[in-house]
Design a binder for this molecule. Sequence first.
Ligand code: MEV
Length: 422
Amino acid sequence: MGGDEGSRIPGFHTLSPADRLDAVGRRSGLGNAGKAHLLEAGAPLTELADHLAENVIGTMNVPLGVATNLIVDGEEVLVPMATEESSVVAAVCNAAKQCRETGGIFASWTGPRMIAQIQLLGVADPHHARVKLLERRDEIAALCDSCDPMLVKLGGGFRDLEVRLLETRVGPMVVLHLIVDTRDAMGANAVNTMAEKLAPHLEGWVGGSVKLRILSNLADQRLVRARAVWRTETIGGPDVRDGMIAASAFAEADPYRAATHNKGIMNGISAVVLATGNDTRAIEAGAHAYASRSGRYTALSRWEETTDGDLAGTLELPMAVGVVGGATKVHPTAQANLKIMGIDGAERLAKVIAAVGLTQNFAAVKALATTGIQAGHMRLHARNLAITVGAEGEEIDRVAAALIERGEIRQDVAESVLSEIR
Ligand code: MEV
């Protein structure tokens, strides 16, 4: 991120949206064109949207907030988050602020290795076929790399081959995995093209017939990991820490709780994935499949006590995101958001996203283990209700405040408060 003021912007939430954009623009070097685009995003995007999807009649805006206070691998970063859910951005800001004293969040990744699958049916001798296919590794590598010379030039391309044998209810299947380094791209097009190109050769080599040729969203060779430590005295004492550890243990042990725990993590992750024009469904599918890899669905994060008595959080999940290709490259909002983050590579993006997932999870689990989330949610819900019943401008805060004061955050009450005000 450009500028020298870091990701701390005291009083950021009290500024007007235009002043917030100015502050973010100053720190990130987002130019006037980027700022103008963010201010007017919406209608002007219809033409682009018409190219991105089908039967387009317009665009649908979601709020774009900026999470402050994050330090990832020692570098300050402001993180744009596209989400309609209240509290999500504020939660990251609060959680990130509380771990600045221990250096923020640290992240690592396994590299951008994507998997493409090719399904072969009706192979008479699957074990024999497996060994024959593995022998052709070099030939397969050359065929794959010939699909994308640019990717190879950038240091990516075919990396490995796996052949799996599956017993299924329609008989045995031979399933090839092409492992491809897709560099700064999410890589769906690259690996799908390779799988389609290779497919006809397979039938000639081992018989049977090729059916599906498609990437796997269980991108378990493309993992990102985040870790951070929160000081016990900063977060409110040993009871808070132990409550959070018990909450983690609950999610680890119980799929019903794990689904909600992971949903909280994905509140943060999907918001950044969306803001950068990446594929939210791919990331969600990968995350939940990874959470089930032991055969039982469990939590993606872990919370533990350190030897110093502090609270350590870790998160690990697949992160198939890119900064080139697809909407990421052509969508001006995605481009502006990458600029705000100061990101020009998939590695840093994956790490920042994981950091947001971990801080999001910290905030949710801390709230749940202490005061609960409803008080905060209901305050924001009161504002939504005020808007729903037609409050405008200053009326919104006045109606919301009245609902909170009465302890009756309901639409009928909002209607009568608004008519009293008017
Ligand atoms: C709500 O969107 C997310 C939470 O339910 C996450 C959690 O329960 O950990 C608060």
